[in-house]
Write a protein that binds this ligand. Sequence first.
Ligand code: HEC
Length: 108
Amino acid sequence: MKLLSTCVLACSTLMATAAVAQTAAPPQAQRLYLRSLAATCAHCHGTEGRAVAGEALVRLAGLPKDYLLTQLMAFRTGDRKATIMHQITRGYSEEQLEAVAAYFAAQQ
Ligand code: HEC
């Protein structure tokens, strides 16, 4: 449990740092920020959102940004029922969800 809370603390510090870095982000820092944001989805949706076809994982890579963002917001508000995504999406700001939707839409 202590390990978990340490991780939560470290992760939120990291994310806060990344959020600050994002404000005046040069392209390289912005790219790294987006990649680390997207990496939090990799456990379930595959590296860069490329889940293997036929697996239980949902592929995100290459889906339209509007579709991804609509789904993320629907999970967040509870309009779309989910087993896990309603909890996950509430951990991100709208700006972060929009950024991650754009990131996955740009993957092939
Ligand atoms: C712990 C596993 C897990 C993680 C981590 C996770 N997801 Fe999901 N995701 C799911 C599951 C399971 C579903 C199916 C809906 C449900 O039951 O929650 C889903 C569904 C989705 C959908 C809908 C896809 C569609 O075809 O309609 C989107 C979009 C999505 N996730 C985006 C994300 C993003 C972005 C992240 C990272 C911020 C993320 N997910 C992290 C498990 C996860």
